[in-house]
Design a protein around this ligand. Structure first.
Ligand code: NAP
Length: 328
């Protein structure tokens, strides 16, 4: 949000991002035009929050029918990323993986083919830090600024606007994006371009290992004939408590694996983790194990289930199912 203000003693109107002095008179509140690309599980509620916060918006989704709910609340549709960029001051993307971001920004019908000079580009997808830096350099050559801003908090965080947003970029760009990002959750500037994606990779290590730890605990308990609900209660009240277990544990015991965060996306994220670690010469043995377990999630056809379906791999190894009933 920029306030256009008029102040006695000053020659003309000024634009600023907050009202500093009571004698300044607010003339209008101008919001920058946002273009939003990728209306999936995450992008759709995020775009809707911005429309409801008063941002004029153009949307693009590859599968065009997904634009309809946004059009119903006032967003304008577009036929390509290129067309969307030509109408926007700020472009946000929320697509799947590194090659998708490459296509969305650098493809023949991509954002950089239509973008206006001075635009701010924010990619909120989870991709490799290397790709984030590469696309940012191309954006700078086109006269724009770009930030990586992946998120944590899942579909619930997107719906409740409580996402943790990990930003890589310059301070000036961060300040420009701040009012908009605050509509979606809590933005934190992590460092220069790519740093947001690096922090997200760290986040995905911790989340995957929490899930695997919870799964092994529940499988062992089930094998011994202890009620998994009791295990969740006791662990949740002690030193081993975790948000992952609080949110996913009860759903696992109910055998509810509806996504949520799809297993195949967490597999993709662990691939990014290991690729980044290899580039840096950083051994991550536990992440490598988690990557293999998520490979098994995908190989078994469970990739479109919630990532907590990783417990099914461990259940298969142990020959039990965590249900609360007597072990097989
Ligand atoms: P999703 O529901 O599968 O949506 C993906 C979106 O990206 C769809 O709109 C899809 O378009 C679009 N897309 C993919 N490839 C594209 C391409 N090449 N060109 C144009 N559009 C393309 O995924 P999501 O759960 O919203 O996740 C989006 C990103 O957020 C991922 O990077 C994921 O890792 C990250 N993330 C997800 C969660 C979560 O809990 N879901 C949490 C944190 C971070 P179509 O509709 O045409 O397929």
């Amino acid at each position: 949000t920029f306030y256009v203000i008029e102040c006695e003693g000053l020659p003309s109107t000024l634009k600023c991002d907050s009202l500093y002095a009571p004698e300044w008179k607010e003339l209008a509140v101008e919001k920058e035009h946002v273009g939003f690309i990728g209306l999936g599980v995450m992008g759709s509620p995020m775009a809707a929050h911005l429309v409801r916060a008063g941002y004029p918006m153009t949307v693009f989704n590859r599968t065009s029918v997904k634009m309809e709910p946004l059009m119903a609340i006032g967003a304008a549709p577009s036929g390509s990323c290129r067309e969307l960029a030509s109408r926007s001051d700020i472009v946000i993307s929320m697509v799947s993986d590194s090659p998708d971001v490459e296509e969305v920004y650098l493809g023949p019908d991509g954002v950089l083919a239509g973008v206006r000079k001075g635009s701010l580009l924010i990619d909120m997808s989870t991709i490799s830090p290397g790709m984030a830096i590469r696309v940012t350099r191309c954006a700078e050559e086109a006269g724009c600024t770009m930030m990586d801003a992946p998120v944590s908090g899942g579909d619930v965080g997107a719906r409740n606007a409580t996402l943790s947003i990990m930003v890589g970029g310059e301070t000036q760009a961060f300040d420009r994006a701040l009012p908009l990002l605050q509509v979606l959750g809590k933005p934190i500037l992590c460092g220069p371009s790519g740093a947001g994606q690096t922090v997200k990779a760290c986040n995905q290590i911790a989340t995957a290992l929490h899930l695997v730890a919870m799964s092994e605990a529940l499988v062992l308990g089930q094998k011994a004939g202890v009620d998994p609900t009791v295990i969740l209660q006791v662990l949740g009240a002690g030193y081993a408590e975790s948000r992952v277990m609080d949110v996913r544990g009860p759903r696992v015991v109910r055998r509810d694996f509806a996504p949520g965060f799809r297993g195949r996306l967490h597999h993709k994220d662990l691939h990014i983790v290991l690729e980044t670690a290899r580039e840096l010469g950083c051994p991550l043995p536990a992440s490598a194990l988690a990557h293999e377990l998520f490979s098994s999630v995908v190989a078994n056809g469970w990739g479109d289930l919630d990532h907590s379906a990783v417990i099914r791999v461990l259940e298969t190894l142990a020959g039990v199912e965590v249900t609360g009933s007597a072990p097989r």
